[in-house]
Design a protein around this ligand. Structure first.
Ligand SMILES: Cc1cc2nc3c(=O)[nH]c(=O)nc-3n(C[C@H](O)[C@H](O)[C@H](O)COP(=O)(O)O)c2cc1C
Length: 142
């Protein structure tokens, strides 16, 4: 049974390239074996990540991620059973939201800035889907 989980969190410290690289390295090391795919979006202060895969694998990985002290205030935005993957091409794609065209953010939110903590999970997911459709997701980590 496949599920898709979307969460947002705040970086404990301003996100450095070293932390970003290490998360991607860990994702690359573990996700293929777990059958997990998804995308990690970040700014220098927050993360939004979508995880897709088997229910046990997604829940176990989420339980590990939630305890990671590189972030805090982890909030589940949505969790659903799915028939098929939408992010199947990415072991863990990455998107730097600072580089996203503000008009794309405006399309899905009240302002040209992303605040997943106040907008609906639906709006955050719609933005992620648009990012993959417009090929803004980096292939590093896939
Ligand atoms: C925002 C964020 C996203 C993460 N995403 C993943 C992921 O998709 N896959 C993964 O294995 N680890 C991910 N991690 C890292 C895990 O929390 C954990 O540190 C890692 O799986 C431990 O790997 P290790 O046992 O090889 O050191 C993420 C961490 C953070 C802070």
């Amino acid at each position: 049974m496949l599920v898709r989980l979307l969460y947002a969190s705040r970086a404990t410290k301003q996100l450095s390239a070293a932390v970003q690289d290490s998360i991607l390295e860990q994702s690359r090391a573990h996700n293929p074996r777990l059958g997990i795919t998804g995308v990690l979006c970040y700014t220098d202060e927050l993360f939004i990540q979508v995880l897709e895969g088997g229910r046990d694998e997604v829940c176990e990985l989420y339980n590990t991620i939630v305890r990671d002290d590189r972030h805090q205030n982890v909030r589940i935005l949505s969790f659903e059973e799915i028939r098929e993957r939408r992010f199947g091409n990415w072991t863990m794609g990455q998107v730097n939201l600072a580089k996203v065209n503000p008009s794309l953010l405006l399309k899905h939110g009240e302002r040209a800035e992303l605040n997943p903590f106040i907008c609906s999970g639906y709006a955050s997911m719609a933005l992620l889907e648009e990012l993959i459709a417009t090929a803004l997701v980096g292939s590093r980590g896939s």
